[in-house]
Design a protein around this ligand. Sequence first.
Ligand code: TNX
Length: 776
Amino acid sequence: MNVLKQLMGMILIILMVSCQDSKQSKVFTEADIAIIPKPVELTLEQGSFQFNDKTQFVISEASQKEVVTVVSDKFQTAAGWTLGVVEQAPNTNFVQFITDENLEDEAYHMNVNSDRVQISASGNAGFLYGLETLRQLLPIHIESSKLVSDIVWEIPNLTINDHPRYRYRGLMLDVSRHFFEIDYLKKTIDRLAFLKMNVLHLHLVDDQGWRIEIKKYPKLTEVGAWRVDQEDKHWDGREETTAGQKGTYGGFYTQEELKDLVAYAATRSVEVIPEIEMPAHVTSAIAAYPELSCHERPVGVPSGGVWPITDIYCAGKENTFEFLENVLLEVMDIFPSKYIHVGGDEATKTNWEKCPDCQKRMKTEGLENVEELQSYFIKRMERFINSKGKRLIGWDEILEGGIAPEATVMSWRGTKGGVEAAEQGHDVIMTPGSHAYFDHYQGPQNEEPLAWGGYTPLSKVYTFDPVVETMNETEANHVLGGQANLWSEQIKTTDHSEYMIFPRLAALSETLWSTKESRDWDDFSHRIETLFKRFDMMGINYAKSSYLVMEDIQIDMDTKEVSVELKNEYTDADIRYTLNDEELNTNATKYTEPIKITETTEIHASVFKDNQPIGKPFNTTIEFHKAVGKPVTFKVKYDDRYQGEGEFGLVNTLRATKNYQDGHWQAWLGKDMEAVIDLGESMAIHEVGVGTLENQGPSIYFPTSVTVSVSDDGKNFKEVGTIERAFAKNPSSDLKTFNIEFEEQSARYVKVVATVLKSVPKGGHAWLFVDEIIIN
Ligand code: TNX
């Protein structure tokens, strides 16, 4: 027995040693390489290069020292090694930067063999991107925030030729609606560089907060950076504030902090572009200096949503321009970027129409309308910006009334503005809401934290293309690139901000960097798994929404059979499911085809990886009830804009989500819903449920009452139950099924009346949304 034990022990030791050996001479295959964005050309070779504590970086210029830190700092933390930086290459065991003027800006060439790594580039951006690639070739533990042992720090021998498809690859952070500390901005800069992105656009000014110190106008930050704290309420449900109310919520960046940020960004080849909004989205500035508006009345810094935006800068008075020029002088002193973004979006110009100064300006300048006055405004600012050797960027509204001669357009209302600007010979940055708005949902709305609206999942971002097919070559050449925008109305914390940015930024970076031909969702979805592991190590709170299971339900109205398709963003996801009380574990049924259901059933599902469920599980109940597939007649038909699934939409078991635009809702505007369901024959019933939605932002309110009546002839109805519900402010978006129970009785016809909220506090008509009428 003892001999056997000894023998086994020896075998174990031999096994362990040989395991270690094989670890050290790892044979890399294509599947081990998971770089995002995908390099243009990569040839894998045999063998590998191993880092150890003697590995050195060979640089040829002092500024390259900073670049080296993207990898050397990681080794310091994860391996505990202080790797040397020298100017003369030793014989072996080094990573060398070689300047090659022939390579275009940002391009790099990398060759790895067992003795050394060489990265060629024409400047620091290329060297940086070479190192970022190297970082993604290293074991994921290189991202560890503490010392790790037993890691073989090796990368495969290979040759890479790489360069970006677009020169502008940006992310906008809205630091006005919610303020984010400088440290978070620095972290974000590192992560941008990690994904080979090169612009951080800072939205520094908006109605709800002025975030940049301007020495000449101290009240901009003394007053404009602070608002009354109503963070407990929904953005659009906050009380209006007045001038003089003390603001306690907010913050701003000092000029020193911003200069330091810009310098830091430069070491990561990231350009920081400041946006100083005008003429609208500036209530914070008007709160500080009311004389900048047409009416000159004191106003408060709004705590939340403002719509329409009428408190805008006066375009008539000279002192507005003097103010803005002085502000921009200080801004340009902080930000060396070639571009200054002046906003220009969403100005409601009713004050301009009434203001004598604006009217006078229009007369003297020969301007036909207020759109032309905005155009005058922006053109005038452009002349100033150009005179300082800089270029102006504006949101696509700057096209209205005539675009400024040299302006670059940031197209956000789709790609239309971008196309128009390119046709007119202007440069364009594409940031269409459809693909690049990271304040949109990225998974099924019921499962996600509150977002602005919309639905822009990872796979959708991956299909982004800044050049529109209809563009000719000259127009396409005007497209500098693309950018994701993270508006922060609903985003208060860095955790939430990270959640919205990642992993979508990885998809965006590939669309902007890699070749169009190499784009391949299935391939990307394998590589992103490795990136997720890196994100875990990096401590990024990325969204796992792409793992969520989604349903698509069809009902056959003849057989009343419901067919539930389960799907996921990843084509080959391993989805498994169970029904009713069965536990969702490894033994769950593998999903291969739509599940057919003919009675009330709960479905639980999840994507599995390595036999384990990942992400949040999906749960749904398909409720069969007596009204399924029965004819419904309405006194007033639902609105054309919200038809749900049409004729049988309210009696087909299909439930809608919190996303009011998900196509499953039927809705009435300012009108009650009165529906009569014909059960076909008299039957015993005791309960009626009405599925509804409330989302007060877009004026969707729960009904104020639901009443059920029954009848056997369809003419004479008898009321059997009613529920009243008084209006209450509700900051979130909620689903609610109004259930009316009554004594069991026999009836053929069921009439359901849901009354719409009649007097809407903020004015206008209320919407009434219904997804199902359940009769039992
Ligand atoms: C429109 S995009 C805006 C922003 C909002 C955003 C919400 C743009 C130029 N203006 O002020 O935050 O919608 O998605």
